[in-house]
Write a protein that binds this ligand. Structure first.
Ligand SMILES: C[S@@+](CC[C@H](N)C(=O)[O-])C[C@H]1O[C@@H](n2cnc3c(N)ncnc32)[C@H](O)[C@@H]1O
Length: 451
């Protein structure tokens, strides 16, 4: 028999569930989630009923219990009772689901999965296991980005919101499953120059893409303009994804954008991302911690010259710790930073790696020492974006070269690696925020140099 699938609104409508076992409990939970008024008729109840917003008649079922109901569930372990409930429902023209006999029911409950405002209900020829397995497979697909879940009928004011999505450092495979799904559902994407730019090519043509970072020939938005833009689009009922490089809350001004949304009364969520501070070294074969070598690592925003007035980094503390230092936005002042660390006591021979365009096909790795890093960067025209790693863990990169998905560091003496070279290194890949941009090495740039 072919049924007629329909979604019904049970808000504040009476539903009677006869039975107090686990099937009845599952039904009662789902019904309360649908905001139905639920009455349970059963002499004994499973533990999970405590705390559910239901009315309980703690006794056996009697004819007449369904009076006033819109829907009934017969979920006892006694087929005769279930049949009596179904018979009363039929006389009173109430839809009735029998847990023990789908074929004898006037309504059946599908296996359901929900993702946001998408609901998929599955029935499969009266075979509940089959429908559950299908439901699970569909749920897994919905959790990814493979299905076209983006809405085309837009909601009005009040239905928009902002997701601050950490896209990772650039390899499109490093965004989270959740981030990718939200990106696929977005009406507006506000993107940085750093991050998984390839994913923008997969967006539907009618998705508005706003370039917030520095792009050739494009105007760069200030942080205030970005805040205003995401708030305004969300207030207009649009789903905004603010796609950020790495993790939104690691030197990404994600906190400021979140605060702007909260203060404007706009729903906002954050989806953490894989930070370049850890992924960059990993793609160069460098673990930021390693037993017996480094028990801690410190991530520093190094865009300010240590000698500049107002420089806030405690370089003495950084130089004094035995663990790994990971410097972001350090290329512009690498000479002053290296000198400062040596002056503050860090061994001049400490190994250093500079990883440029980490996780991208043009990734380059320069392996050198603290005393040589500035001249090596100049010699090889290293430009931002780059992650600088200072510490003995850099010494592992040679042996761990085999694990790197991209060309890894050659022996230290070889200086720069990059079998797949970056093309012109003069390209400036700045971040969206003023403070977040490496201040450029000042080189005209040169092609990446293979070892
Ligand atoms: C404003 S910070 C943003 C950091 C980001 N939120 C994160 O968690 O990776 C920008 C800096 O991150 C580093 N960075 C980001 N992506 C990078 C990449 N693919 N390769 C090398 N460095 C990168 C560079 O130091 C760059 O100047």
């Amino acid at each position: 028999m072919d049924g007629y699938p329909v979604e019904i609104d049970l808000r504040d409508r009476l539903v009677v569930v006869v039975g107090g076992g686990h099937v009845a409990l599952r039904r009662a939970r789902a019904l309360t989630e649908a905001a139905a008024r639920v009455v349970i008729v059963a002499p004994r109840l499973a533990d999970g009923f405590a705390g559910l917003p239901v009315t309980v008649r703690r006794r056996r079922y009697r004819d007449g219990d369904l009076a006033g109901a819109w829907l009934a569930h017969a979920a006892t372990d006694d087929p005769a009772v279930n049949a009596a409930v179904a018979a009363e429902a039929e006389r009173a023209r109430i839809w009735c689901v029998r847990a023990d006999d789908g074929a004898a029911s006037t309504a059946r409950v599908p296996a359901v999965t929900r993702h946001g405002d998408v609901t998929v209900a599955v029935t499969a020829g009266g075979d509940p296991r089959r429908s559950q397995h299908l439901r699970s497979a569909i749920a897994a697909a919905l959790a990814g980005a493979g299905l076209p879940t983006r809405r085309h009928r837009r909601g009005g004011a009040g239905t928009g919101g902002v997701a601050l999505v950490g896209g990772g450092p650039g390899d499109p495979g490093l965004i989270t499953v959740l981030g990718r799904r939200l990106l696929a559902e977005a009406d507006v994407v506000v993107a940085d120059r750093l991050g998984p730019r390839e994913l923008l090519d997969e967006l539907d043509p009618d998705v508005e893409v706003v370039e917030a970072g520095k792009a050739p020939g494009a105007h760069r938005l200030t942080q205030e303009q970005i805040n205003e833009l995401i708030v305004a689009r969300a207030k207009a009922g649009l789903r905004v994804v603010r796609l950020k490089g790495g993790d939104p809350f690691v030197f990404g001004r994600g906190g400021e954008e979140a605060l702007a949304c909260v203060r404007a009364g706009v729903p906002v969520r954050v989806v953490p991302g894989v930070t370049s501070a850890v992924a960059g070294p990993a793609y160069a074969g460098i673990p930021v911690t390693h037993r017996g070598i480094a028990q801690e690592f410190r991530v520093i925003s190094a865009h300010v010259d240590p000698s500049a007035p107002g420089a806030a980094v405690d370089w003495a503390a950084a130089a004094g710790q035995s663990g790994t230092l990971v410097l972001l936005m350090a290329v512009g002042h690498i000479d002053a930073i290296a000198a400062e660390l040596i002056k503050r006591g860090r061994n001049a021979a400490t190994p250093v790696a500079v990883i440029r365009e980490a996780t991208l096909p043009g990734q380059q790795v320069l392996v050198t020492s603290l005393e040589r890093v500035a001249s090596a960067c100049a010699e090889h025209g290293i430009r931002p974006p780059a992650v600088v790693v200072v510490g003995d863990v850099v010494g592992l990169s040679e042996e761990l070269a085999a694990i790197t998905p991209l060309p890894a560091a050659a022996p230290a003496s070889a200086n720069v690696t990059g079998a797949r070279t970056a093309g012109s290194m003069a390209d400036d890949a700045g971040a969206s925020d003023d403070a977040g941009v490496d201040a450029g090495a000042g080189d005209a740039g040169q092609p990446g140099v293979a070892a």
